[in-house]
Design a protein around this ligand. Structure first.
Ligand SMILES: [Mg+2]
Length: 280
């Protein structure tokens, strides 16, 4: 049985590189004459596309498709120039936990981040972390983190099922019997629960362990430094009910059925697993 580990980027894989904030400030200053743009909204845990829209709205500008496209293009341009000088640091346990999980047949790794994919790849490249993540969900998959986490699961299930299909057989979307969203904000925990997935909260971003535990993640750790304990705790989680085809449980459904994201018949959301919180 396999578990999919969906890693958030900022605050989880990389700490406070600052490049994203500077790139946002430069973008909105150059395009719209807005100063200090990154501090005008609470961007924690939100997809880039939503941050751009909220900044425009906060400044009384309509977030038209043209403005959003210009912001996206300018942001990526600045980010790629800045990230080499502002690489940020790796939280405790990164990359050790990735190296351990990548060679453990119980796990597969993917991204579940609100970054635009091109920006995400640029941030990871300076730390040589892209090698762990062949696939993922990104800001392009939706302004709602729940949707991009769902997209990350669907894309990862299909990717890894295809890689393994000669042996695995069966149904791509039941290739994983557990999905664990690993992130540093309440929105990561919410996105996991809304999809019927597990969450593992890490206090390596801008929220304390107590603030994260208050949001009832399945698991919570101060950081990922204790690689053995982290992977053992994840491995001990029971399979999601929807992963067992013999129980006829519906697969996780989109928060907004209109998006569909590849499932032909949307079904009611699975009940989030209460799980247990492991704090240490
Ligand atoms: Mg984060």
């Amino acid at each position: 049985m396999r578990a999919l580990l969906l890693f958030d980027l900022d605050g989880t894989l990389v700490q406070s590189n600052g490049a994203g904030t500077i790139a946002i400030d430069r973008t909105f200053s150059e395009l719209f004459g807005i100063t200090g743009a990154a501090h005008r909204v609470d961007w924690r845990g939100k997809p880039d596309t939503r941050i751009f829209r909220e900044i425009l709205e906060a400044c009384g500008l309509e977030p038209t498709p043209d403005r959003l496209a210009a912001a996206r293009q300018s942001y990526l341009h600045h980010l790629k120039q800045l990230v080499g000088d502002h690489p940020g640091s790796l939280p405790p346990g990164i990359p050790a936990v990735l190296e351990a999980a990548a060679v453990d047949p119980r796990f597969r790794l993917a991204l579940g981040t609100g970054n635009l994919e091109e920006g995400c790849r640029a941030k990871l490249a300076v730390h040589d972390l892209n090698r762990f993540f062949p696939v993922g969900g990104f800001a392009e998959d939706g302004e709602d983190r729940r949707e991009l986490i769902r997209a990350a699961w669907i894309r990862s299930a299909r990717y890894y099922w295809h890689q393994d299909s000669p042996r695995a057989g069966g149904e791509a979307l039941r290739f994983f019997d557990r999905v664990i969203v690993i992130g540093d904000t309440p929105l990561d925990i919410d996105a996991a629960a809304a999809n019927g997935f597990y969450s593992l909260a890490v206090a390596t971003g801008n929220h304390t362990l107590a603030q994260l535990v208050a949001c009832r993640p399945t698991l919570a750790f101060p950081d990922l430094a204790d690689v053995h304990s982290v992977l053992q705790a994840v491995a001990a989680l029971p399979a999601h009910p929807w992963a067992d085809p013999t129980r006829a449980q519906p697969l996780p459904a989109p928060a907004d059925p209109a998006t569909g994201l590849g499932l032909s018949s949307p079904t009611p959301p699975a009940t989030p697993s209460a799980g247990h919180t492991h704090s240490q």
